[in-house]
Design a protein around this ligand. Structure first.
Ligand code: C5P
Length: 302
């Protein structure tokens, strides 16, 4: 007999650096990225069910997210059941705070949380290494959502190395109306680069120094995202938002992943609140969220 219910909390991510290399033969781009997990979290609650996988959603994007195997969390439950040789009987509820198609890996986070939740519910004891293999099969960002913290991602983003990072950083995230499609943003990046050779992706020394020293001023200067111009090309208003964040005194501002969420680094929690008020009043974003990072990856909380 399994547990009555399992709740897993999982963080969003922002890429402190996203260096996009050449397009590979498999349709993915070779990356060198620094993932950073922040405490803007989704919760996934798993309960026993008699009739296969039943998915429900509340919060961010509840009205638009698919409830069948087009949802990565659904596919995650199937993978765990297959791996354990069990029938995939589970009720999964996603309580979402991470924006959908926002460049913060919300779908990947839910998949990572569903892996952990189903393994715990079914007493699978698969262990982090085995869950990481299933995570990589689900998507490029899923292994990081499991691991959390701050980590370099290489390959298509699924190969992780933890990064030495001191202290905690304060962030403001400006959430947009509507999302951006990740494949469309990568395709736009390729289009903008047409006719030019693409250097191998790399992580900057300045960024690693800023993290090791816990220096927000230096980190603000080191933030960089190769997908930013592509996201702005598809959503021009992001450029105004980033400029205003700079005028309001953010230490750095960046499009998060493939966007359209923008991330602004603050000096501390109080500065983050001031920035959040300023950004809200611009009318250029749907809403704002403050958060800190790094935080742990997908974890059972109840
Ligand atoms: O791995 P995931 O399913 O999250 O990737 C979604 C899409 O993003 C891919 O189909 C691809 O178009 C693009 N992508 C990419 N290079 C990566 C990661 C994602 O081109 N390293």
């Amino acid at each position: 007999m399994g547990a009555a219910s399992v709740t897993v909390r999982v963080p969003a991510k922002v890429n402190l650096q996203l260096s996009v290399g050449p397009l590979r033969a498999d349709g993915f781009h070779e990356l060198a990225t620094v993932f950073h997990a922040v405490n803007l979290c989704d919760e996934v609650i798993a309960r026993p069910s008699a009739g296969g996988i039943r998915l429900s959603v509340s919060g961010e994007g509840a009205e638009i997210l698919p409830l069948d195997d087009a949802n990565l969390a659904h596919r995650a439950a199937t993978l765990v059941a297959e791996r354990l040789g069990l029938a995939p009987d589970v009720e999964l509820h996603l309580n979402k705070a991470i924006p959908v198609a926002g460049g913060m890996a919300g779908g990947s986070a839910d998949a990572a949380a569903a892996l952990v939740a189903c393994d715990a519910l079914w007493r699978g004891s698969l262990g982090r290494d085995e869950l990481s293999v299933l995570a990589a099969a689900l998507g490029s960002d899923v292994p990081f959502a499991l691991q959390g913290g701050t980590a370099i991602g290489t390959g298509r983003g699924e190969r992780l190395t933890p990064v030495l990072s001191r202290g905690s950083f304060s962030w403001v995230f400006a959430l947009a109306d509507g999302g951006l499609s990740t494949p469309a943003v990568y395709a736009e990046c390729d289009r903008l680069r047409e006719g030019r050779s693409t250097p191998e992706p790399y992580v900057s020394d300045m960024l690693l120094q800023a993290l090791a020293a816990g220096d927000p001023l230096l980190l603000g200067k080191a933030l960089h995202n190769d997908l930013q111009s592509a996201a702005i090309s598809l959503r021009a208003s992001l450029s105004d938002l980033l400029e205003i964040g700079d005028d309001l005194g953010a230490l750095g501002g960046i499009v998060s992943g493939s966007g359209p969420t923008c991330a602004f680094l603050a000096r501390d929690g109080e500065h983050a609140l001031d920035l959040a008020v300023g950004l809200t009043s611009t009318g250029l974003c749907r809403t704002v969220r403050t958060a800190t990072g790094p935080v742990a990856g997908a974890r059972v909380i109840g």
